[in-house]
Design a binder for this molecule. Structure first.
Ligand code: EPZ
Length: 405
């Protein structure tokens, strides 16, 4: 597997907390990483690429800006994570409302509440937000809802604050402790990352000093989607360079529907299921069933016997792709914005479909591969945001897939 988008983007953002260059390895060559590189360069970060962009050295010594370029920041949610270390370093951030996948309202009130408690003034303007602080001091902040990017952003702001910050009810996704461990090896004092309470002792504004490089975690969402792909097209696939521990709930769920997964130390092998059974899933924060694997799993359930309920609990707009799947021949009924019923099995037929977001885009590719006849997936920029050269990698597995743009 390639490096994880949602690990790479956050560690790239963390370069602003350092007084010397940091090196990030195993970087995926995807559009969101390119956009993050552009945002960092706009702020004055010098970026050196090696290995065709697989390794990045980010030097923030000359950073002078505090404005996140609107047209770029509006393309990815991770831009709001960048606001965390930027506020810590420059004491001011001007940012538009962050963009990214259109999968729900995606407010940023939890970020703003945390920055206010850390001593910042937040002004909401017609173009976005102007956040500034004379002095950042530690605070005790309970998230009203678990948020991945707010956990990362506020953890990074608190590092350069004065005193102790406690963040409660935070996210536990594996990318968070990986980032915290890297920051700790560079002089930060973060305890509890990977649990629901994180404690940070601030460095009073002293920047961190990188002593070693960071290796981006293998992409668990990509690995999980490939497992589903193998099961859906009935092909034995060995997925190498992944961390099976990060996918335990998906592996257990696949077992329930008749898909056997052989777990190695850093690999997963999936084989053709004899029968595919129905099940119900409910997406949840880590370690629950990942919302980012919900759409591919729905495609798999169109091929299972019986009725499956898919309950999307994290985002309120992440089931809109079902109309296109139904046009391909699926029988899916929307009960409410969070729940659908999938009746299977139904053969799928090739159609022209439009990728609404990164993960549903990959789900459409899986659907197209099991469908009879050709399909054309449009708006593949969305897929390119999160998956590196997906066409070439699937072609190597024997898929008949061609990039048209
Ligand atoms: C991160 O999004 C990921 N993005 C998403 O991946 C992933 O789907 C999601 O976490 C859940 O795992 C990145 O890491 C860049 P949240 P994030 O804040 O942080 C509500 C992908 O395809 N909320 O954990 O934006 C929010 O509306 C993407 O790679 C507030 O109400 O998700 C949602 O209902 C898509 N106020 C819930 O919390 C806030 O201030 C959880 O969202 C923040 C969030």
């Amino acid at each position: 597997m390639r490096g994880a988008k949602n690990s790479a983007l956050k560690v790239m953002a963390s370069s602003l907390l350092f007084k010397n260059p940091i090196t990030v390895n195993n970087v995926p060559l995807i559009e969101d990483v390119f956009r993050m590189t552009e945002l960092l360069k706009e702020l004055g970060v010098k970026v050196r690429e090696r290995g065709g962009g697989r390794s990045l050295t980010l030097d923030s010594r000359a950073v002078s800006g505090y404005v996140l370029k609107k047209d770029i920041a509006e393309q990815l949610r991770a831009s709001i994570v960048l606001a965390g270390p930027l506020l810590a370093r420059q004491k001011r951030v001007i940012s538009p409302h962050p963009g990214g996948c259109v999968i729900g309202k995606r407010p940023i009130d939890i970020f703003l509440g945390g920055w206010r408690l850390l001593g910042a003034k937040v002004r909401e303007t017609k173009n976005g937000y102007d956040v500034s602080a004379k002095h950042l001091r530690g605070c005790d902040y309970t998230f009203r809802e678990v948020s991945v990017t707010a956990t990362e952003a506020l953890m990074m702001t608190a590092i350069l604050a004065e005193g102790k910050t406690i963040l409660r009810n935070v996210a536990c996704e594996p990318e968070i402790p990986a980032l915290a461990e890297f920051l700790n090896r560079s002089g930060a004092k973060i305890k509890g990352a990977g649990t629901s309470t994180i404690e940070i002792i601030g460095t009073k504004g002293r920047l961190l000093s990188a002593k070693e490089s960071f290796k981006v975690l293998p992409d668990r969402i990509e690995a999980g989607s490939f497992l589903i792909l193998g099961a859906a097209i009935g092909k034995n696939l060995k997925i190498k360079n992944c961390n099976p521990e990060h996918l335990s709930v998906l592996i257990a769920t696949l077992g329930d529907v008749g898909v056997k997964v052989l777990v190695g130390p850093q690999s997963l092998t999936v084989s053709r299921p004899k029968n595919l059974f129905r099940t119900n899933i409910k997406t949840d924060k880590y370690p629950g069933f990942p919302t980012d694997i919900q759409a591919p799993f729905t495609v798999l359930m169109t091929q299972a016997r019986g009725q499956s309920m898919i309950f999307e609990t994290v985002f309120e707009g992440r089931l809109n792709y079902i109309e296109d799947l139904n046009r391909m021949g699926a029988n899916i009924v929307m009960c409410d914005p969070h729940r659908i019923l999938v009746h299977g099995p139904t053969p799928l037929h090739g159609r022209e479909i439009e990728s609404p977001d990164i993960r549903a885009g990959l789900a459409f590719i899986i659907a197209a591969l099991i469908a009879k006849g050709p399909s054309e997936v449009k708006n593949i920029y969305q897929i390119n945001r999160g998956y590196e050269k997906i066409d070439e990698r699937l072609e190597a597995l024997g898929a008949n897939i061609k990039r048209l743009e």
